[in-house]
Design a protein around this ligand. Structure first.
Ligand SMILES: NC(=O)C1=CN([C@@H]2O[C@H](COP(=O)(O)OP(=O)(O)OC[C@H]3O[C@@H](n4cnc5c(N)ncnc54)[C@H](OP(=O)(O)O)[C@@H]3O)[C@@H](O)[C@H]2O)C=CC1
Ligand SMILES: O=C(CO)COP(=O)(O)O
Length: 305
């Protein structure tokens, strides 16, 4: 297949490597490429977008050629949408609104790019309402070291990968404060409950969040110092400023933008997101990591659920 990958960051380069290894004809575009974006994607049967959320709209605006099928691997929420109770758009929805006729799939899962680049085994999920596309993408990526499942709940798959980044910041802070394994397990579990509460209110299936793109990615991101989101939380707990952390961070931590968009809308909609709310306050410099822990521990007693 002729495949074009947009974005030559950590994830775009890794994804390009996976499909190239499977014998596909792969071209990759970045802002530093000499070849234009439109030339790069012309005649591609599949376009894979792995740009960070802040680049999605600007990339789309540059495209003037039709695209038959798009796979988006971005994990974020669009900050230009989602006011007055309207839901913020997910990356696939931004693509779909610009390319109404294109088939769209999302790729998400516990996929720390550095481990995949080292050749370590991993699994992922491709979700689409178009089963033919999901099957095609599954075949394009599957190998003895990259196992791909299909899923028919793209909204749940995309939200899982997006929301877990906020929880990973919380867990990074928990580890930075050396609060122990019990606290970390509680955060991950209650974080998942929060993801499911919001996700199902927004229309995703609860069971999707127990799969690779939800719980799977939550576990990967919350247990690895390779995660940029985890590193942000860890650094804040060690007393470093967000500016200093971002200056030294290798790559994008989507949870920062996601928490802002998410918490604003969850508050408007009356959806309880206590962990995400404390992460948002922490990132805004409104609270210290230790005070955020105190606030979470001293919330009103309630049944689990
Ligand atoms: N790294 C990982 O392990 C994984 C990352 N992801 C997700 O993939 C996305 C990209 O992550 P990653 O590659 O790690 O991040 P990097 O920081 O390594 O790369 C950022 C990417 O976004 C592009 N980009 C950023 N701003 C713009 C802009 N204004 N216009 C156009 N392009 C822009 C960059 O383009 P350019 O190439 O031109 O510099 C680059 O390709 C994120 O949403 C992330 O959550 C998902 C799974 C795993
Ligand atoms: O999404 C990821 C792993 O699945 C990458 O996590 P970070 O963006 O936190 O590095």
């Amino acid at each position: 297949m002729k495949i074009a990958v947009i974005g030559a960051g950590a994830w775009g380069s890794t994804l390009a490597g996976l499909v190239r290894e499977n014998g596909h004809d792969v071209s990759i575009w970045s802002r530093r490429s000499e070849r234009s974006l439109n030339d790069t994607i012309a005649n591609a049967e599949l376009v894979i977008s792995a740009v960070s959320m802040k680049g999605v709209r600007s990339v789309i605006e540059q495209i003037s050629t039709p695209i038959p099928a798009i796979v988006t691997a971005t994990k974020g929420l669009d900050s230009q949408s989602g006011s007055d109770q309207a839901l913020p758009l997910l990356p696939s929805q931004v693509w779909q609104s610009a390319f109404a006729k294109s088939a769209i799939a999302v790729l998400s899962g516990p996929n720390l790019s550095k481990e995949i680049q080292q050749g370590l085994p991993a699994a992922s999920v491709v979700a689409s309402q178009d089963q033919t596309l999901a099957d095609q993408v599954q075949r394009a990526f599957s190998s003895s070291r990259f196992r791909v499942y299909t899923n028919s709940d793209p909204l749940g798959v995309e939200l899982g990968g997006t929301l877990k980044n906020v929880i990973a910041i919380a867990v990074g802070a928990c580890d930075g404060l050396q609060l122990g394994t019990n606290a970390k397990s509680a955060l991950v579990t209650r974080g998942l409950a929060e993801m499911i509460r919001l996700g199902t209110t927004w229309g995703a299936k609860s069971e999707t969040f127990y799969g690779l793109s939800g719980l799977g990615d939550l576990l990967a991101t919350c247990s690895s110092a390779l995660s940029r989101n985890y590193q942000v939380g860890f650094g804040l707990a060690q007393g470093r400023s967000l500016d200093e952390i971002l200056t030294n961070l290798e790559g994008t931590a989507e949870g920062i933008n996601t928490s802002q968009v998410l918490v604003r809308l969850a508050t408007e909609q009356g959806i309880s997101m206590p962990i995400s709310t404390q992460v948002d306050r922490l990132l805004r410099g409104e609270i210290t990591p230790q005070l955020a822990v105190n606030e979470l521990m001293q919330r009103d007693s309630k049944p689990e659920g």
